[in-house]
Design a protein around this ligand. Sequence first.
Ligand code: FCB
Length: 450
Amino acid sequence: MADLVFPDNFLWGVATAAYQIEGACDEDGKGPSIWDEFSRIPGKIVTGDTADIACDHYHLWRQDVALMRSLGLGAYRFSISWPRVLPEGEGTVNEAGVDFYSRLVDELLAAGIEPVVTLYHWDLPLALHRAGGWPNPEIAPRFAEYAELMFRRLGDRVRFWVTLNEPWVVCHGGYLRGELAPGHKDLEESLRAGHTLLLAHGMALARMRSLRPDAQIGLAVNLWPVHAASDSEEDQAAAARLGAYVNQWFLDPVYRGDYPTAMREAFAETLPTFTDEERRTVQRPLDFVGVNNYSRWLVRHDSERFLGAAQMGAPGPVTEMSWEIYPEALSEIICWVQEQYSPPAIYVTENGAAFEDKPDERGRVNDQDRVQYLHAYLSSAHRTLAEGAPLRGYFLWSLMDNFEWCFGFSKRFGIVRVEHDTQARMMKRSGYWYAQVIRANTLPSESSDT
Ligand code: FCB
């Protein structure tokens, strides 16, 4: 295989999220989020960790930007903690919180790194949860006000905005399965939460667009190809149903003005309907679709399971998350987005892998498994360019080991190792490797060529 050259101006980045790295959970006027509450409930986080301190990025941010500079990054995708800037979710602004992000943006720009801001990466202000949370449609205008606030404060320097990160996970994990905050298990709530999230996205986008028409505004969705375990009609139908639920729940309303038929069939009246006005709100054009992809799902028909689809074990090697290493998933799903919706641009807003990462006696991590994973997924992404996909950038998850939601600190996704007791950072082999890829704007033919 030859070296794979990426287009000029291809945006090379890394991604993080506020709750997973910042810590300082109640410092300088920050209000609590649903994750601050959820992580304290015994049994919710498998390791018993909270992200009260996390990677202490709230204090170590300069050092972290210096690390990013040494990686030669072109962009950094981070999220804003809504309750850090609006402790009650609305009303009084916590200026100390806004300043934190404003300084971070300046530092990034000074380092030549393009900031990419995600407005919602799962940490809903607790006060808004008490007011009903996402199932309450009133939260949508609150989100739009918060988006406008941040846009007014940072929009002069930040070009790229992601309204929501993985609304599907918010609904499925937070309101149906209960594995993520706020830990509810209610189908109706979950579907209503999805409806509010779509409205929140549309309202926020409209406000930002009216302030600065040239801002680049998109949505980051988790997209995983869903494959049938066999050719049988039943298995194929099960895969199609689950695929519509996972991959089309949010993109179909944005691009087609309604939920996919398979969801209407499965959930009937429980699935909200769009008024004409809501449809207009939701259907505003995006500047890009952000694709978060790690793997695929393999399913077979099972009438006892949700949507009649049972997930099979991975037939091949897996990461520490038990997610199958299946690089073709990334090109398949990018091409699928292009075919289905033809957005003007696509960014891979997350891709990466958790591995065990045993450090040597000097604490160094020779994570060849991660390098191989990244190499395979990046070549897969590169293939879509030849197919004409408007792939404009790639954000590796994640800059550093962090708080992996209900798994606590047990899953390490970083290309920088973090010792969670001392906060020491150390570049892993994958970090040096990624820096080389960025510098050359080229993927070397062999992943071990470093
Ligand atoms: C995604 C989340 C991100 C991280 C990765 C591993 O679903 O957006 O915060 O947890 O998975």
